[in-house]
Design a protein around this ligand. Structure first.
Ligand SMILES: NC(=O)c1ccc[n+]([C@@H]2O[C@H](COP(=O)([O-])OP(=O)(O)OC[C@H]3O[C@@H](n4cnc5c(N)ncnc54)[C@H](O)[C@@H]3O)[C@@H](O)[C@H]2O)c1
Ligand SMILES: OC[C@H](O)C(O)[C@@H](O)CO
Ligand SMILES: [Zn+2]
Ligand SMILES: [Zn+2]
Length: 387
């Protein structure tokens, strides 16, 4: 059977049904070896299954670029969609859906009118493609992460970038310099989340900062806060192993293990002791209600809690404490305009994301990769799939 199904292209990339209904789309049986060069991908579904699928290799239409995806990191949200079938009320898994949005790859073919890319170019893939219409306030004003019509590949219903051949609009790709690997290029995605938070939080040189949570997002926030000149930095987690990882990554960081039997106020006292002074800014990277409470009690009068983590639909905040201490609360939704910055920071050596990758799998073993990413006992920070 031919691997090149030319009828998939153009607007079809925004129509997930075109893939699901295509005669070349099929779910591989467990243990079945995919055909070499086949456009395999890892798909999750409403039955909480994750499996390899074969789908047609698309053909670039005008303004599009066909990419060979070379590295993709598994994000907590990929695992969440697989295991829980939804994030909040608006992102619900209702059919087979392709995973992955932390990707970098190589240009294979360009469509009509694409002049800025050529075969062999190396790029980071910005997975959220907003409408870019002048009538869209979010797009027109540059806050395109708020675009109501954004197609975010891997958020249902849009299939993700964890695949071999991915079609993307030319203007949502970012060139990787020779000294930035595909692996680092794919880490630009979680880094973009942290950089967006850092930018909007207003962090300044010498600010004392608390980071709640030492998962991948907490760790890229740690690297970014350090590069931005925060001092001291205190990081918390429920697991000593994650704090040890943070300490290896940024030796100067101070760590506080969160104990489930302590109240947020008691926990905050420990954090303040570790900081040996007031904490001006908290970057909250768990989305867990009790952690937001701890952050509130640890942050100084006039400070800010910047919440990057996402969690329960409704949460209770210590309102009067925040009010009586003029503590600002801000939140972050994905990112806008951060990829070029992320690439510059990595290329110039100001941020080293390489140590975050703890596990690597070939594309054929993507399902094993998901099982490692989903099992805390495996101790993974970032699991990558490379092809
Ligand atoms: N705002 C956005 O656009 C955006 C983008 C990506 C991820 N996120 C969110 O950021 C958060 C972090 O992502 P991640 O990939 O690092 O997730 P993760 O689950 O790997 O890491 C979270 C860490 O927080 C720790 N933790 C849990 N409860 C805690 C508590 N009470 N106090 C201190 N630490 C605690 C966990 O042990 C874990 O190490 C998630 O909620 C994720 O959904 C948000
Ligand atoms: O890194 C981007 C995030 O994972 C996404 O916003 C996801 O959580 C929902 O689409
Ligand atoms: Zn993500
Ligand atoms: Zn828009």
């Amino acid at each position: 059977m031919a691997t090149a199904a030319v009828e998939i292209g153009n607007a079809d990339i925004y129509n997930p049904r075109k893939i699901l209904d295509h005669p070349e789309f099929r779910v591989l049986q467990e243990g079945e070896k995919p055909k070499p060069e086949a456009n395999i991908a890892a798909f999750y579904n409403p039955q909480h299954q994750i499996h390899l699928v074969e789908k047609p290799r698309p053909k670039p239409g005008p303004g599009q670029v066909l990419l060979h995806v070379r590295a993709t990191g598994i994000c907590g949200s990929d695992v969440h969609f697989w295991k829980h079938g939804r994030i909040g009320d608006s992102m619900v898994v209702s059919d087979e859906c392709g995973s992955g949005h932390e990707s970098a790859g190589e240009v294979v073919e360009v469509g009509e009118g694409v002049t800025q890319w050529k075969k062999g170019d190396r790029v980071a893939i910005e997975a959220g493609v907003p409408c870019s219409q002048p009538s869209c306030d979010a797009c027109r004003t540059g806050r395109y992460n708020g675009c109501p019509d954004v197609v975010f590949f891997s958020t249902p219903p849009y299939h993700g970038t964890l695949t071999r051949w991915h079609l993307h609009p030319a203007q949502w790709l970012h060139r990787l310099p020779d000294n930035v690997s595909f692996e680092e290029g794919s880490l630009c995605e979680p880094l973009a989340v942290a950089l967006a938070g850092i930018e909007r939080s207003g962090l300044r040189l010498g600010d004392p900062v608390l980071i709640c949570g030492a998962g991948p997002i907490g760790l890229v926030s740690l690297l970014s806060a350090r590069a931005a000149g925060a001092e001291p930095i205190v990081i918390t987690d429920l697991f000593q192993s994650r704090l040890d990882f943070a300490k290896k990554l940024v030796p100067g960081v101070r760590t506080v293990l969160i104990k489930r039997d302590l109240k947020p106020k008691e926990q905050a006292e420990e954090i303040k002791r570790a900081a040996e002074g007031p904490l001006k800014l908290t970057l909250e990277c768990t989305g867990v209600e009790s952690s937001v409470h701890t952050a509130a009690y640890a942050t100084v009068f006039g400070g800010k809690i910047f919440i990057i983590g996402v969690g329960k639909n409704e949460q209770v905040f210590p309102f009067m404490h925040l009010s009586a201490n003029e503590i600002d609360v801000s939140l972050q939704y994905r990112y806008a305009n951060q990829y070029p910055k992320a690439i510059r920071l990595i290329s110039a050596g100001l941020i080293n994301v390489k140590p975050l990758v703890t596990h690597r799998f070939p594309l054929e073993d993507a399902i094993d990769a998901f099982h490692v990413a989903a099992d805390p006992a495996q101790g993974a920070i970032k699991v990558q799939i490379q092809d």
